[in-house]
Design a binder for this molecule. Sequence first.
Ligand code: SF4
Length: 351
Amino acid sequence: MTVAHNIYIHVPFCISKCRYCAFYSHACANPDWDTYTDGIINEIKHWSEIMGAAKVPSVFFGGGTPSLMRVKNFDKIINYLNRHFSIENNAEITLESNPGTIDMDKMKDFQSAGVNRLSVGVQSLDDEKLKYLGRRHSAHDAIQAIKDAQKLNLRVSGDFIYGLPGETAKTIKQICNEINKLGLQHCSLYELTIEDGTPLAKSGPIMPCNDTMAQMYTTIQETLALPRYEVSNYATDGNECRHNQNVWDGGAYIGIGKGAAGRVHIDNTWYEQRGGGVLFEQMTDTDRAVEKIITGLRTMRGVRLTDDVKNAINMDTVKGMQGLVQINNDRLCATDAGILVLDDIVVKIVR
Ligand code: SF4
């Protein structure tokens, strides 16, 4: 019998491109949703034929801007998934959204169609910074989207970006205090990355230095009301994103739609898989173990020391890294100091 697989569905459309964005998405406010939906359904069909009605503990619609989608297309995809896979009764069904593309009525319709968790792309609570990032919405729009979702009792997450030119630990502290007032159960704070070829990169921004970035990162943990459970993610107990937690734990998931990636487990073999086609490639046990170490160490609870993971790690090196890593309950995890140098740790401990 096939193991449970989470499902990620990529929605690669946005009204316009943000200035920093290097994600796979097209600027298109009115895509041909029926053609897109047919493509997604074909991929679902393909995987259900391979693995039968596998159990699905979570479905994540990411983008792009999934909240741009017409609810009837979302509904069609969920119904098809329900018929061909076995979506668990208490499954987490997340929709990523951008303020300005969803109002209370549309949110209610998505909720009726199965969404129980809304991730809101806030990015900043300062209209000048939103303009600098090329976002189309205001801070007010974002706060309204969060309030609406909270009124509907959806599980709500907010995405934020920090580390913009001119930001310091002091300004980040104010930002975190503002975020605390939103009463979120979950939020993500990502450091602004300047990706080659983006309009932001071409504008030649002067970014905060590494030391300032590290101070900001530490200040976030000290100020945010929500505890950190992954490098960039914070949540109250039980409100962690189950979908992402599964990815970081090295669990199975199918990526559907161009731009999506997955790790599927069929007949005791792991495959690296890409959406938008039927490409998949077998992974060795070592590939899998190294991947689990890289993603597991990003989480505060760490990577479980299963035999494959132990075989891929040099335990003598681990013992020599006191203060940066520790073993708790048969899991290897990074300390607060270690989180700041995770890449170095991985390079040193992997055989
Ligand atoms: S909304 Fe997200 S995916 Fe779309 S352009 Fe902006 S950053 Fe990129």
